[in-house]
Design a protein around this ligand. Structure first.
Ligand code: FES
Length: 296
């Protein structure tokens, strides 16, 4: 389809536009200076709910602003339309903050795309802010035009946000399509597993971390669920592994997230020692896409 091809070309141009790197780094540097104590970062990352928070929060301003367009185009209730613009503007603030938090842990093409996505959405918010002011002064016509312009810019920003999630996988558990061995496979000598560190070996191209929890050998996916950091390069302490990239902490025993920014637990494999050799296999796996990625 020609229109789809055009959209893909736009996306590709943004992803490869090195000219965006400098302004993106400046913004990231400024945002990085804002103190984000662990609990605040965890909350913004959605660690407590097991999913990124940003996609849930964006539904509120989008819903409010969409209702505004309906009221404007049907000529209904100007006062309600103005209030909904205000609601959308206020709700956009936590959505923007959580988005910025997620964006800070991106690099390369994803960082460029996120930069443009955010720029479009801030432009839309500015237009809706102007729309609210116009309506407050009794100029509904101007308010309607500004809101429609905002809706157009917001749609473009939303398209890029969708690309970030569904095509680039930002915010998606990075282990979700990894296929772990269904039967026991020999992975390493038990003596190779350090007492206070970790090693990683691959099975069919999938890196698996081996470490010790209270002396027992444990096996987890080595690829961090957050952005794919190599956990075996992190630190092992107090029954947990800390990711070397953004310092998410996971329990070795069951993969539970102790602290974020990761929101998804680390997959844990069954591990046993037979004749001094460590063997691993995945546990029961109900997920259709992981166990049968081809489908029926
Ligand atoms: S990759 Fe971000 S915490 Fe591991």
């Amino acid at each position: 389809m020609r229109s789809l091809r055009m959209l893909e070309q736009v996306v590709e141009r943004i992803e490869t536009a090195e000219v965006l790197d400098r302004p993106a780094e400046v913004v990231a540097g400024l945002l990085g200076r804002v103190p984000r104590p662990g609990p605040v970062e965890d909350f913004a990352s959605g660690t407590a709910i097991g999913h990124p928070l940003h996609p849930a929060l964006v539904a509120v301003p989008i819903g409010a602003w969409t209702a505004v367009s309906y009221l404007d185009l049907t000529g209904a209730d100007a006062d309600t339309a103005r209030r909904l613009v205000g609601l959308g503007n206020l709700a956009a603030l936590p959505a923007a903050l959580t988005g910025a938090n997620d964006w800070l842990s991106t690099v390369g093409a994803e960082r460029r795309m996120g930069f443009v996505h955010a720029t479009l959405n801030y432009t839309a918010l500015t237009l809706y802010g102007a729309s609210w002011l116009a309506r407050r002064r009794g100029r509904r016509g101007a308010g309607t035009a500004l809101a429609l312009a905002g809706a157009g810019v917001l749609s473009a920003g939303g398209y890029l946000g969708g690309h970030l999630t569904y095509a680039a996988g930002v915010g998606v558990d990075t282990t979700v399509f990894q296929q772990f061995p269904t039967d026991w496979v020999d992975l390493a000598s038990e003596s190779d597993v350090p007492a206070d560190g970790a090693i990683a070996h691959e099975v069919n191209g999938v890196p698996i971390l081996l470490a010790r929890d209270s002396g027992q050998v444990v096996a987890l996916a080595d690829r961090c669920t957050h952005r794919g950091g190599p956990l075996h390069e992190g630190t092992i302490a107090d029954g947990c592994v800390t990711c070397p990239w953004h310092e998410s902490v996971f329990q070795l025993a069951d993969g539970t997230v102790v602290s974020g920014p990761a929101s998804r637990p680390q997959p844990v494999l069954d591990a046993r020692v037979v004749d001094g050799r460590v063997q691993v296999r995945r546990g029961p796996e109900p997920r259709a896409l992981r166990t049968n990625p081809v489908g029926h």
